[in-house]
Design a protein around this ligand. Sequence first.
Ligand code: ADP
Ligand code: LRH
Length: 470
Amino acid sequence: MSTFAAVDLGASSGRVMVGRVEAGAVSLAAVNRFANEPVRVGGTLHWDILALYRGVLDGLRRAGTVDGIGIDSWAVDYGLLDATGSLLGNPVHYRDSRTDGVPERVGALLGEDKLYALTGLQRQPFNTIYQLVAAAGTPQLEAARRLLLIPDLLAYWLTGEAGAEFTNASTTQLLDLGAGAWAGELMASLGIPPALFPPLRSPGTVIGPVLPAIGIGTPDVIAVGSHDTASAVVGVPAAGPDFAYISCGTWSLVGVELPAPVLTEASRLANFTNEGGVDGTVRYLRNVMGLWPLQECLREWGSPDLPALLREAAAEPAFGAVVDLDDPVFLAPGDMVGRLTAASGRSAFSSPAEVVRCILDSLALAHRRAVRQAQELSGRHVDAVHIVGGGARNELLCRLTADACGLPVLAGPVEATALGNVLVQARAAGAIGGGLPALRAVLRETQQIVRYEPRGDAAAWRSAERRLEA
Ligand code: ADP
Ligand code: LRH
């Protein structure tokens, strides 16, 4: 039996899990879970990176002897190191407002179409490219000699080895998609020093052993799909190629897996992204606002019991209020109920359950739109939608998504990201063989998956959709 530690840092929480791989089976157990609570300092929203690192170390200590460690996290954010390798300040959170107006400026300078042709990436205000343009001229950026994305930063602290794992590098909008290399000219044209970026590394390569001084033994740290969504897509238990996935947590990442990017004008205008996947695949997807609005409401209400609230929401009438969750107005933290109320056109909601129902009906509508668009834009027909991540625990959302898409929803695994992380390590260590279909077959045989059949009323969903378009 081989044992691997998966470090998975999500926007709402982090965990260290131990995956056991034996005779074509995989099992997973959590050894540490910790909250990921951003901190606003001097008007800027930061990640508490040392608290996260402490959670990682505590978890690795509890994991005991392992054959490998893989790290994945949310995309786009980075730490800057000075010439001695010291971290220059806390990484800034992608929801910080420092990039307001920057994408428009960069787009006007370089041409949105040219940027899309080169990088294949969606335009999101938080892309690394815009964060770096926003930070231009700051003493911190001037002093920086290295930029490391979050999983690469943690791997650097554990091993002393600096590098940039490919799937996460593909989310920066600074990668030349065709060449599979950093886009040096693009960086230079924006005054971003190309020398900041370390060499790329592929999922499945060994980064190096943990430094003995850390005191957790010296297992190898292995590069996985270090973008959490890349690992989540590995962890989708699909039986063939004709599936859509929704990696549903803080975000809903909705799309299909393709052998080659889609770079059409229609794709660019729909803001679909071509992110790098494991084994040379393309994650062709759209960022849908996901469970973030719900998380923010729960925070506002003082963390009430979620399962109880979801039961109440299930009893609320459908489509009482729907909002367009793709609206960037919902991106920033704070006053989510106020923003939902304004967008719904109502004067007020009468209860938290009504707000939750509005969020989930609206999220199911956004899932429907993105699943349809992914098929139209890519030409890939799908016959099922897989929901993985924390959202797979939300029965109401899974049911509404099946109804909205008019397709069966297969929900689970909840920890698809950690499983994808473990399987890529296991393959690199020779504990398991095969391509993505073989890894997914292991998941189908060992993980719990719940099936939701679509029910009736297609007309009701069409009319709710029209209400949003009006
Ligand atoms: P991230 O990786 O972005 O931090 P996760 O995949 O961990 O996100 O999913 C977190 C989400 O899972 C929460 O926002 C919450 O809505 C959902 N969730 C967690 N537990 C439950 C539960 N018991 N019932 C329904 N939904 C749940
Ligand atoms: C999900 C995620 C997503 C990115 C966002 C910044 O955790 O990695 O794929 O777009 O965070």
